[in-house]
Design a protein around this ligand. Sequence first.
Ligand code: ARG
Length: 458
Amino acid sequence: MKHKLWGGRFTKRTDPLVERFTSSIGVDHRLARYDVIGSIAHAKMLGRCRIIPSAESRRMVRGLERLLAAMRQGRWKVNPSAEDIHTQVQQGLERLIGPVARKLQTARSRNDQVSLDLRLYCRDAVADLSREIRALQHALVQLASRYRSVVIPGYTHLQRAQPILLAHHLLAYVEMLERDSRRLADAKARINVLPLGAGALAGTSLPIDRRYVARLLGFPAVADNSMDAVSDRDFALELIGVLAGLGIHLSRFAEDAILWTSEEFGLLALDDAFATGSSLMPQKKNPDVLELIRGQAGVIIGHLTGFLTVMKGLPMSYNRDLQWDKRFVFESVDASRQALAVLAGLLRRVRVRTERAEALVASDALCATDLAEHLVGRGMAFRDAHEVVGRAVALAQRQGKSLRQLGLPALRRLSSRFDAGALKVLDPRRSVARKRSLGSTNPAQVARALARWRARLR
Ligand code: ARG
């Protein structure tokens, strides 16, 4: 039992089945750096508070820094037979500096330690994810700028609704990503609370200085209740919650883009480097990347649901169930980071088929609302205008004509308020240009939004 952090009261070897079942090194080795960083702060505090001689504290810090350097240089190897990362770091330190390393666990339990490690990991993950969200926003803004004058049909209920600028559609996703980014920043406030010093659950009789450790590790706050400190995983749940929201946004974008790559829409041409083929049908060029992103949202939602379910019945305070937390967190963060990166890459190389966009907006029924608003401008109540234009649309359909082909005389038979300007509004480019409300698809407003985003993302 010598290799364990807790062997003293046991008289039998742990059953190998139990060893394997309880081990977490296969997952929590990813916390290695953070375990050492937290241990350095803890060792410094032990010396400063005279809980151990300062020479021993310095020796521990030097040893831990060597471990950290080895990790940074890729010279550190996971020991699969260690119970968990905390055990392996402790053993690694003992090998470097001898038995004095055994003082590192003074006034510390793995319960407060693992929460600290995970918080440090989450803090870095938030920084990485925020950067990658910005990069994706940037790619969307670039694409929108490149095709700033392209008009496409806008849809509700997946039925053609009104003409919009493609750039306006793309900027909607930039806004969605901005909310994800702000939610990440908010989540950081809950991540950045120091659990260390809670001990196993009750605190410690030794004269530790938690505020000093918090300062060293850049935590603005210290957990106020030691029992909450070791049993709380809200910060991690919140992070995965944010990632589930982000996943939904990426999935919805992927769905739009998948539709647009189909021949029926034909709006997008994926670069060959970002598409895949079929093993059977030689002609196929498939949007697998986008489909995997769409599916991944389901995986992350599953992690959130799984994690919530693990948490829901736990009695106070630490319970080993909590060990499952890391899998949910790591896999959600990895999935999100991959999706953000590959989507940004795909967008940088995608081509919009502008000739197809022209064809898609050619039908002037898309401008029926503009025609109704034309009548409103000439004093008609909108309900009546809606009715009149509805009848015009039905008439055109019966005669197999466009609204424009009906001609002014036919329109005037439906309402004398139609005047010479009526046919002119039946134009997709004019339709977007006529929009004037704040936040609309009006080209001048979209250009201003693009400029604003470009400045913000620089
Ligand atoms: N591997 C454990 C976890 O991830 C570390 C804490 C273990 N604590 C304990 N009392 N067994 O949660």
